[in-house]
Write a protein that binds this ligand. Sequence first.
Ligand code: FA5
Length: 355
Amino acid sequence: MADPAIDEMLRVLEQERARGLELIGAASSHEELERAEVAVLGRKSPLASVQRGLGALADENRRRVGQRTNEVRETLRSAVAERRSTLDRSADDRLLEADALDVTLSGRRPRPGSLHPLTIVQREIADIFMRLGYQVLDGPEVEDEWHNFDALNIPQDHPARTMMDTTFVDVPGHPELLLRTHTSPMQIRTMQAGPPPIYVVVPGRVYRNEQITAKNMPVFHQVEGLAIDEGISFADLKGTLEAFYRELLGPERQIRLTPSFFPFVEPGAQVEVSCFVCGGGGCRTCGFTGWIETMGAGMVHPRVLEAVGYDAERWTGFAFGGGYDRLAMIRFGIPDIRILWENDIRFLEQFEASG
Ligand code: FA5
């Protein structure tokens, strides 16, 4: 026979199952879940009062309602456990999200530095001569008097020694050491190292105790060239230099060779380039001559060949020594040599980026 009290208990259990599942499912934080758990499973919950009422029931009813009560409690407990682990997971996810490093963003690339105009010109010079079959060598900046002067046919009392304003190096017991005043001592070192034929260029730094002006620095750069072979003539020198200047500066720059004196060549010449500012008409940069002196050159003097033990009857050759700070000025239209040394970033960043 139907017992309304039992029906009511079963209805409460059903209602609690539905209400509990809804509350638990809606909990969006651990606090809310705890509140829901207390509300549906706690001591004051309708479920607990149904349970407390079981003792007053007859055996059969107690079993029936008790079983249903256990089922509802288990359902709700496992819903709570499941909800808790879901909340744990999403808390972890939030943490991971907050901590995440977004590697899909493209990084900010540091701007690469640029090559110094002197480096660019030095590399271009080396490149041009390598294509002409020359080897590129490096030489010591601290030299001795013999290589820098004597072997180059510049005797002790020769005015060229004072003209070059030598800086001596203070090494006790070695009064002969100096900072090379030009790259020409590398002519001697190269010839001492082996027999002809020789085709080399040697770029590098040189030092002279000189006044700083728009075209002169006490530290500057030269590239030495040396070609020794059988039957080399002045025409080879001129042709080589014309090809070199055309490659480096373009066909619009004229060059001219004028007679000049260097003790280690005979005949000697000065190589001038038409002024890049006025185009040859005359201006302040070229000293109103229309030409800029860039290089000394000539046929290697027989005394130099003899100083290194070469047979001057058999071998001939030419040599040149060019100042490439000046070539960089002409190449890039830089009106004052001092700009090359100021390292002003606004100037330097105009040149090609380093590889
Ligand atoms: C020499 O130094 C010779 N050794 C060149 C040479 C080599 C002649 C081989 C013959 C055979 P000179 O002192 O003129 O020569 O310098 C050569 C070049 O260096 C000059 O034409 C000029 O371009 C550059 N130069 C000379 N002095 C300075 C300076 N103070 N600042 C910048 N460039 C300079």
